[in-house]
Structure formats: C-alpha cells, structure tokens
Design a protein around this ligand. Structure first.
Ligand code: J2J
Length: 511
C-alpha cells in the first residue's frame, strides 16, 4: 500500500480474498464490465439532458486518461472539487486508469479546507470547474507544490493509450473524513475494498439493469458515490442521472423526465421533499426507493415517506471510513422506520462498548487515516477496530439504532463540522478569548451549531463572526447558527470545558 497508509494484516487480507470480498480487480472494472455486457445502454445523463451510453462513456474516459497520463504519474495525489457534472464521472474513471489518486473534496469547501488538503496530500493537481477559478488562485498561491489547475471544461484529451493496471490492493482514491480534529483526515480506499463496497451495496439495495439512480448529494460523498451511489448503479448496469442541486424543483423534474427509480438524500432534504410533494405537479410514480442517511431520520417522518412520496424507504447509516448499515428491502416496516439498518457484510465486525460506542473492522473499513500516525493511535484499538464515535444500540436482529455520539463533531443535516476546527477559526478573531462549539437540537437539520464565546471587550455579533469566518475561507455550512457569550465556561471535574453542561443549557432552554 501507498506510503502513509495502514494495510490490513495479512491473515485478515487472506480471509477477505478467500471469502470473495476482495476480487483483485481494479475499481474501474465496473465500467469495463458495463461496456462489455451492454455497450449501448445509457450509463450517464447530465442535469441538462445530455446522455452517454456505456461505450461512449468508456471512449470519453479513455481519451481523458490518455490526455492526463502525460501530466500525472501513478500514485500522485490530485484534489478534485466538482459539482455534479458528467466530467466528475469521466475524470474519476480516467484518474483510476492513470493511477493518479483523487482526493475528493466537497463543492462547498473553500480555501480553509482545500489548502490543508492539498498540503496533507502533497497534491500536484487541482481539478475544478470555471466557477472555482477565483478560489483556485488563492489555493495555488498558498500551495507551491500544485503543478496544474485544470478546469474540466477543457479536460486534456489524446488518442487512447495502453496504461499499466494498478495493484488492486493499493489505494484507488481518498475520501474526506467528517473529522473531529483541527486538521482534515484522509481516508484511503483501495480498489479491492471500494469495489466490494459499491457492488455489495448495489445488491442489498436491489439495483439492477433497470435502475435509474439520481445523484442528489454531492457525487464526491461516499453515500452518493458508492453506497451504492453512482458506482453501484454502474456496477448493476443501470443509469446514473446527475442533479445539479437537491431542491424539490430540480429533483422532481429529473425524476419525472428520466423516470428515476432510486435516489439517496439526507433527512432535511427528505423533509423538504415530503412537504413539496403535496403540491407538486411532477409525476414521481417511477420512484421505487428513497435511501436516507448521513444523519438520523426520526421515526415520525420515516413513517410518512411511503405515503408522501409513494416509494419505499431504506435507512442507511454509513461512514466514509467504511462500515455501512442498511435496512433490508424485505425488513418488516417497523425495522425500516425505527432503525438505521444492519451491517452490509457478514465479515463486518461490530463491537458495542459499555457506553454504547460503536467500534468496527471489516473488509471495507479503513485501518488508518493517511499520514496520521498519532491520530490513528487514538482512533483505532490495538486490534484494528475503528472507533466510530457513534453511540448505538444493537437489536437481536443486528439492526442498529443511532442514539448519539461521543465524538466532538456537529452533524448539521448530514454535513459534518469538527468542533475543534471551528473553535480554532473562532479563536483567531481578536475579540474571542475562548470558544466552545456545541450542537443544538433542530427539528429540520437535526442539529445546528451554537458557538459559545468568552470575549475580550465588546462582544462580536453573529453577522460579524460569519463575515470573519468567510473571509478566512471557511465553508458556509460550518458557520455558526448562533452565538452565546459567557463570562466563563463551565468546567468538568478535571478542568476541561464541559460541553455536556453547555449542551444541557441549550436543551433546557428548548423545553
Ligand atoms: C445517524 N447518523 C448517521 C444515520 C451517517 C452512507 C450514508 C451516510 C454516510 C455518511 C456515508 C447516519 N443516522 N443514518 O458515508 O456511505 C453519521 C454518523 C457517522 C457519520 C459519517 C454513506 N448516517 N451518520 O454520513 O463520513 O455519525 O458518511 O459516523 O459523512 O455520519 O459521516 P460521513
């Protein structure tokens, strides 16, 4: 495995191969299979209605791979920050063929996220759309190692060339962790493990050649990418439709136009869709299944999905680090509505500690973050279990109910905010003496962000703090929703800021 990654121990690797989890194929095999089996089936549809068959997608990919192969070498890292455009798909497969390793940033990220990512990964290229030109100028100024900034409006192409096959046991791409610390964490996903991730997810979600999957979440997020997401849809021989945004207007129009059968969304989007569906004119009858995850969907709205949208519900409790839990399509309604599903693979090992914390290891769960030795010592047990930071309850059926978390992170409608990272940004403000970021319950978002501050002199207003953070290049979704100024923070017995007490104050006030 690439230097800076933690491989699976040989005995487990042997088991995963023997039991068929790891097939020894490169990740882009799932596109190649599609080309062999049904070249003329539609593989990809853009929001504006352009479409590519499997053969066309493959040919486009081959030309881009050839073009990129003169600029990039195998194992070099590149940062990819793209909205849901067809070029994302082509670029991803082309990079896999070249062997360059994409680091998948989110479209909402700004310089405060992208610069550290480039530095940590020592990226040599940054792929954007023209809309990101200005951001890319700031990034290139800060990161001297970036050799190329490439806007996908003019991806380099050349006549297809033969390229060496990657080692299937090695890294294929890097996903971003939701994070709990002040610095970003990169998740190496291998060809073997991610191919299993996509294929097995597709199977458990009933994907087949008739599947039309709508990408509503950012395509670079693990849920929309491979759980089963667009890679799972390709693996099953289906069609992928790209939605430029998750609004009901956009999504419903695409569902009607393309006869979408399945999509995946976070709870706030689902709530919005259920409200909008009441008055919508679009025909949503093609929709068979709605997958919901990223944050907990409460049982009450979960119970209304079938009625409101006329489709089945599948709860998905996943993490970019690996472990995926799905309710099964034939589970009793009660389990579908009240649980977040059970592990995907028979080989997923799940341990629930006394306090409810979920630990896991398995054939598609990382053994260590990239170049993060110290952090890895804390995030993994000695025998390689990943400490998810989630607090769960497991039913005798194996289904998990997510009840909370022990990690210092806010889950704002599925978007993850590492508290420490935001606190560090707040501490840079001249009027902020101390900062503690806590989630507050919210009926739509699940949680919103409250920043408790101890100030010097006059207290800054929320608006000023937001402007300050934007100026620093912090992504919009990380900005606090509320500020509370205190004279001093409540402390725990050992003298640390008591976030439990801060959260209790917010909860008390809500009642
Ligand atoms: C409660 N919390 C959940 C759920 C994720 C599929 C689906 C989601 C993600 C994802 C993903 C939850 N109920 N249904 O990668 O492939 C919280 C947990 C978890 C963290 C992971 C996928 N589904 N969560 O959300 O890496 O706290 O992945 O540990 O962004 O989201 O976040 P992320």
């Amino acid at each position: 495995m690439l230097d800076g990654c933690v491989p699976w121990p040989e005995d487990l690797a042997e088991r995963y191969r023997a039991e068929g989890y790891w097939t020894g194929e490169p990740l882009d095999q799932l596109l190649r299979n599609g080309v062999e089996r049904h070249p003329d089936r539609v593989a990809l549809v853009s929001g504006d209605g352009r479409r590519w068959t499997y053969a066309e997608l493959d040919a486009w990919t081959a030309r881009v791979a050839a073009g990129l192969s003169t600029l990039l070498s195998p194992r070099e890292r590149v940062v990819v920050q793209l909205p849901n455009v067809p070029e994302f798909v082509v670029l991803l497969f082309a990079l896999l063929r070249v062997g360059a390793l994409p680091v998948l940033a989110l479209p909402a990220h700004r310089e405060a996220e992208i610069v550290p990512l480039c530095e940590l990964s020592e990226a040599v290229a940054y792929f954007i759309t023209e809309d990101y030109r200005e951001l890319s100028r700031v990034v290139t100024k800060a990161v001297p190692g970036l050799r190329h900034v490439i806007a996908v409006e003019d991806l380099p192409t050349a006549d297809p060339v033969e390229l060496p096959e990657p080692d299937p046991g090695d890294v294929a791409l890097f996903l971003l962790s939701g994070g709990t610390t002040g610095t970003p964490k990169l998740i190496p996903r291998t060809h073997n493990d991610y191919l299993y991730n996509a294929r097995a997810s597709a199977e458990v979600s009933g994907f087949d050649e008739s599947t039309v999957y709508l990408v509503v979440l950012p395509a670079s997020h693990n849920f929309a990418l491979a759980s089963p997401g667009l890679l799972g849809a390709f693996a099953a021989g289906g069609t992928v439709v790209l939605a430029p945004d998750p609004s009901p207007d956009t999504a419903f129009a695409l569902i009607e136009r393309e006869k979408v059968t399945v999509t995946a969304a976070v709870p706030p989007v689902v709530l919005l869709w259920m409200d909008a569906a009441e008055f919508a004119d679009e025909d949503l009858s093609s929709l068979e299944l709605l997958q919901v995850g990223g944050a907990k969907l409460s049982a009450e709205p979960a119970g209304r999905v079938r009625e409101a949208l006329g489709c089945g519900l599948q709860q998905v409790f996943g993490m970019a680090e690996g472990l995926l839990n799905f309710t099964r399509l034939d589970d009793p309604e009660e389990l579908i509505v009240t649980t977040q599903g059970r592990p995907l693979a028979p080989a997923d090992e799940v341990r629930v500690l006394e306090n409810g914390e979920l630990l896991t290891r398995g054939p598609y769960t990382l053994r260590g973050y990239y170049r993060a030795e110290e952090h890895n010592a804390r995030s993994f047990t000695e025998d390689g279990f990943y400490r998810s930071g989630d607090v769960v309850r497991q039913l005798p059926t194996g289904h998990l109910i997510v009840e909370g978390r022990v990690k210092d992170q806010i889950n704002r409608g599925g978007e993850k905010i590492p508290a420490e990272e935001l606190e560090n940004h707040l501490l840079a403000h001249p009027a902020v003496h101390d900062a503690a970021v806590v989630g507050m319950a919210d009926p739509v978002m699940g949680e919103r962000t409250c920043a408790f501050l101890v100030v010097r002199g006059e207290a800054p207003k929320l608006r000023e703090i937001a402007a300050f953070l934007r100026e620093r290049g912090v992504a919009e979704y990380k900005l606090p929703d509320r500020i509370e100024v205190l004279d001093a923070f409540p402390l725990t017995k050992v003298g640390k800021v008591s976030k439990t007490e801060l959260a209790r104050r917010l909860a008390g006030e809500a009642e």
